[in-house]
Design a protein around this ligand. Structure first.
Ligand code: FAD
Length: 294
């Protein structure tokens, strides 16, 4: 099923993100996450591609296929373009199509000083255009409520986001953020810029102090004072940090859904307990929203 249909049918779309294990990691963590949330029926599950500018292999496609065939869920395969040429992109799209994957999240990818870009693609909008020219996929794109770190201003970033939507992105997923006001202000600016596509809020539960420090330095998201206090109070105690991080993310999600967010994309970090606890505590809320009349 194409994800754009989901957005037509539902007021709130709830999805999860998993990532292929690093070289020596085990794929079991992903399957444990999927096992533990299968009965919660996320609307779709996305699988990252060579994140952090690292080389990609075929594991995104393999995991996406398993999501569909073994778990009966809708997969969204991420695909980056900075380190690929057109022939490689076409080959990957063929592989995804053969695996029955119908949805792609089209990305530029992070710059990696050790891997010079191939040069055929500079921006995600070019990848979106290439996928649309080929046909066969629903295309989603990334967006940044606080602006992309490379962008001089949020306004400039939104102008380039409009290029992605005009090229054919039918839904957007945000970078993680910790202050819902950033999302609301961003949505307002998108509507002003003429972007009407659904914007799913990307939420990452903070369950580990050093992990979040690493993520924030990579993506530039700011940490509100309230969360700084939580991190300094509980960061040294894994169990307390897990409880506090899940409570913070749950509160964020309930507020977003109460204010009409069109969906939540949960960055699970392949942690089945996080996926399970958050999905469990918001399941009835998502259901309630989708039951409501206009
Ligand atoms: P783009 O949309 O191309 O934007 C990149 C920068 O270029 C922005 O600053 C933008 O303003 C600017 N820009 C765009 N067009 C133009 C133009 N015409 N002229 C001048 N400037 C322009 N990375 C991975 O490696 N693998 C993943 O699986 C992955 N999944 C992600 C999922 C989500 C939901 C998000 C938010 C990010 C993900 N990333 C992933 C990270 C992403 O690859 C990086 O944030 C990357 O730096 C930008 O990708 P993009 O697709 O947003 O780029």
């Amino acid at each position: 099923m194409k994800i754009s249909q989901l957005f037509q049918q539902k007021k709130a779309v709830f999805s999860l993100e998993v990532f292929p294990p690093k070289k020596n990691g085990t794929i079991d963590a992903i399957y444990r996450t999927l096992d533990s949330v299968r009965d919660l029926k996320p609307d779709y599950v996305s699988v990252t591609y060579g994140a952090g500018g690292n080389p990609a292999d075929d594991s995104t496609c393999r995991i996406a296929r398993a999501i569909k065939e073994d778990y009966g869920l809708i997969p969204l395969a991420h695909l980056t373009c900075l380190n690929s040429d057109k022939a490689q992109i076409y080959a990957t799209l063929d592989e995804l199509e053969q695996a029955g994957i119908e949805n792609v999240l089209a990305l530029r990818g992070d710059k990696n000083p050790d891997r010079p870009p191939k040069g055929e693609f500079k921006y995600a909008s070019e990848l979106i255009r290439t996928i649309q020219e080929r046909g066969g996929f629903d295309v989603a794109a990334a967006c940044y409520p606080e602006g992309h770190p490379d962008s001089p201003t949020l306004e400039a970033d939104i102008r380039h986001l409009k290029e992605k939507v005009d090229a054919g992105a039918s839904h957007l997923v945000t970078q993680l953020f910790f202050d819902n006001e950033d999302y609301y202000n961003f949505l307002y600016k998108l509507r002003e810029a003429g972007i009407q596509t659904p914007v799913q809020a990307g939420i990452m539960p903070v369950t580990n102090k050093s992990q979040i420090e690493r993520m924030v330095s990579l993506c530039g998201a700011s940490i509100p004072k309230r969360l700084v206090r939580i991190l300094s109070r509980y960061g040294h105690n894994p169990a307390a940090m897990m409880d506090a991080g899940i409570a913070y993310a749950t509160e964020q999600i309930i507020d977003l859904l109460s204010n009409g967010a069109h969906g939540i994309h949960l960055y699970t970090m392949n942690n089945p307990e996080v996926a399970r606890r958050i999905s469990g505590s918001i399941g009835s809320i998502v259901h309630c929203i989708n039951e409501q009349e206009d």
